[in-house]
Design a protein around this ligand. Structure first.
Ligand code: MF3
Ligand code: CO
Ligand code: CO
Length: 274
């Protein structure tokens, strides 16, 4: 594409991204906080011996107890409330009778719907004591997400977010998964734009006040390649290296960003204080 065609394509794309009102921010704040509270609740229950299905049940009941709907349940045929991705599972791990063992790392990804708004967030958890290399991966992944978020303000581009994440993760000798990305979020679960976790500064759609999207980098200790298992959901690293992810739903404000899914309990990155 020529430079002009590229600009036109980008601005066309940017125009399709919804711009939300102050009232819409309230809706996202409410559902985002509820999803974050579900993840807070898990901090004290994820330990050796719990199954991923028990984690799923707790998050299902938490939704119903608070008048929310689990967005993933029946989404494209998915049968659970959360995704539980253990060790070399990159994302979309299906809850089941797997018993978590000392030394595992697990990501729990929850999306609730309240008043039509979607709150989508995930965090890593340590199961008992975990090896130092696994801890380091979780720390790098959390910091990568936060560096991506720090780029967000009107006039910045999606490429600025991806570049910040990629530069940091690769600088720490980790790799960025390419097959999955963040997404527009709001009344629709997965909306435009695609928010890539790699890229080049200045490229991609220009951010404007009122845009809502997720930033949810998946970072591997080994090579970036992934494959999806025959269940059609579970994505794993091809080299079976450990993978981690964190996710926040955010809104672009006049001067920067608002994180809708910040932990009310102050649980950012493990280990989570009791
Ligand atoms: N919550 C995931 C995301 O961050 C989507 C999970 S879709 C499911 O976009 F169907 F697998 F649950
Ligand atoms: Co998401
Ligand atoms: Co999610």
């Amino acid at each position: 594409m020529s430079y002009n065609e590229e600009i036109e394509a980008e601005s066309f794309h940017a125009r399709r991204i919804k711009l939300h009102s102050a009232e819409d921010f309230v809706g996202m704040r409410v559902v985002g906080q509820l999803a974050a509270r579900a993840l807070d609740m898990l901090a004290s229950v994820i330990k050796p011996g719990i199954t991923t299905l028990e984690i799923d049940r707790l998050c299902f009941e938490f939704a119903l107890d608070h008048g929310a709907l689990p967005a993933c349940l029946n989404y494209r045929g998915y049968r659970h409330t959360v995704c539980t991705s253990v060790n070399h599972v990159v994302c979309h791990g299906i809850p089941g009778d797997r018993v978590l063992r000392e030394g595992d790392i697990v990501n729990v990804d929850v999306t609730y719907i309240l008043n039509g708004w979607h709150g989508d967030t995930n965090r890593m958890y340590y199961v008992g004591d975990v090896p130092r290399k696994a801890q380091r991966l979780c720390e790098v992944t959390y910091e990568a997400m936060m560096r991506g978020i720090a780029e967000v303000k009107p006039g910045a581009t999606l490429g600025d977010i991806g570049a910040a994440i990629q530069e940091f993760a690769e600088g720490e000798r980790c790799s960025v998964v390419r097959e999955f990305c963040g997404h527009g979020v709001g009344k629709i679960f997965h909306d435009v734009p695609n928010v890539l976790h790699y890229g080049r500064r200045g490229q991609g759609a220009v951010l404007r006040e009122g845009m809502f999207f997720t930033i949810e980098p998946m970072i591997n200790l080994g090579k970036p390649g992934v494959k999806v298992l025959s269940d059609g959901w579970t994505a794993v690293t091809r080299d079976r290296s450990l993978s981690a992810q964190f996710e926040h739903s955010i809104g672009v404000t006049a001067t920067g960003y608002e994180i809708f899914t910040t932990s009310p309990a102050g649980h950012a990155c493990p280990p989570y204080a009791p």
